[in-house]
Design a binder for this molecule. Structure first.
Ligand code: AHG
Ligand code: MN
Ligand code: MN
Ligand code: MN
Length: 328
């Protein structure tokens, strides 16, 4: 009976991390603890999102972030929750976030890790009960431990990521992450307060039939992007666009597809941020057998020059991304 119903074996995130301790560069288990801290922050944010309509934390916060976007209350809350969990954890010396102008020093002088994060992804969906997420990248600090954190510590290319992942607050809440040895997904069991391994060694289809792009800006896309979209339509692919990068990415990861955020007239380098959004998902998609590009160059090899740098993004099934690149 158990086999027929495919009941989960019940591996908790904690147990999984312990078992995979060998994956981690430091036997000290610091990275393991860091992943647990992130999971904890995720649980807290998940709870706040679930009850946001009751807690009175919907709507605009009343300030703009450095991206020039209207911050939502939950953007700010998620940012605070993560900072707090990472500060208390002690493994992280500094954080850079979509919602913060500058590097945040966490006063953990012995912390060996740097985090880049998008605390809440999918602003337009926060208040309307549509899936949103959290995206994070983990880097090893380059400057000596004990001294001040340097710009070079945070401006590392995506290939230097030690681990990356996302939380998806969707019809179920999931944590998906990689440490560079495959991608694993965990589903949150709110009653037990635990993430359980539910999607082991995720591989994305080599090709797909879903394209995800905000076509409202079609008229100002580059000719190569227009051509690729026309090809997708010619082939009668499905257009799917939630407007939360994490959610669109997650669907395409499992079903096969491509997500595109191209250059537009108002966003000459695209909208998405290299450090907080593109790099983490690029690491994950490559680990799952997919591909991520800015149209010409592999995302993970782009050299960041500034914290809030943006990049066009073509990400998903390998064949689809290659075909899109071929249009340039
Ligand atoms: P964020 O909410 O972190 O600012 O990110 C929003 C991003 C991304 O989640 C989404 O795919 C994209 O913005 C949607 O932008 P458009 O509304 O321009 O399509
Ligand atoms: Mn985002
Ligand atoms: Mn965000
Ligand atoms: Mn934003």
């Amino acid at each position: 009976e158990t086999e027929k119903l495919a009941l989960p074996v019940g591996t908790t995130l904690d147990r999984f991390i312990k078992k995979k301790q060998d994956d981690f560069p430091f036997a000290s288990g610091e990275l393991s603890q860091l992943l647990r801290d992130i999971a904890l922050a995720g649980k807290i944010i998940n709870r706040e999102i679930n009850r946001s309509g009751l807690l009175g934390i919907e709507g605009a916060f009343g300030a703009q972030n450095v991206q020039g976007e209207e911050q939502q209350k939950l953007d700010v809350i998620a940012d605070i929750r993560f900072m707090r969990a990472l500060r208390n954890g002690g493994e992280v010396c500094a954080v850079v976030s979509e919602e913060q102008n500058e590097i945040i020093d966490l006063d953990n002088p012995n912390g060996r890790y740097i985090i880049a994060m998008d605390p809440l992804d999918g602003s337009s969906n926060i208040d309307v009960n549509v899936s949103i997420g959290t995206i994070f990248s983990i880097y090893r600090r380059l400057s000596p431990v004990g001294g001040p954190v340097q710009m070079e510590d945070v401006l590392q290319p995506g290939v230097a990521q030690v681990a990356a992942g996302y939380l998806l607050y969707g019809s179920s809440t999931m944590l998906v992450y990689t440490t560079g040895r495959g991608v694993n997904g965990f589903t949150y069991e709110a009653g037990l307060g635990e993430f359980f391994l539910s999607h082991q060694n995720i591989q994305t289809p080599l090709d797909g039939k879903i394209f995800s792009i905000n076509e409202g800006a079609y008229n100002v896309f580059e000719p190569a992007v227009k051509k690729y979209i026309e090809d997708c339509k010619e082939l009668r692919f499905s257009g799917r666009y939630i407007g939360s990068l994490v959610a669109d990415f997650h669907r395409n990861l499992f079903k096969g597809g491509i997500y595109i955020y191209p250059r537009t007239d108002t966003a000459p380098e695209g909208k998405l941020r290299l450090l907080y959004e593109a790099n983490a998902l690029a690491f994950i998609v490559e680990q799952a057998g997919g591909k991520a590009s800015n149209g010409k160059t592999r995302i993970l090899e782009l050299e960041p020059k500034e914290l809030h740098q943006r990049t066009p993004l073509f990400i998903g099934s390998k064949k689809m991304v290659e075909k899109a690149e071929g249009c340039f």
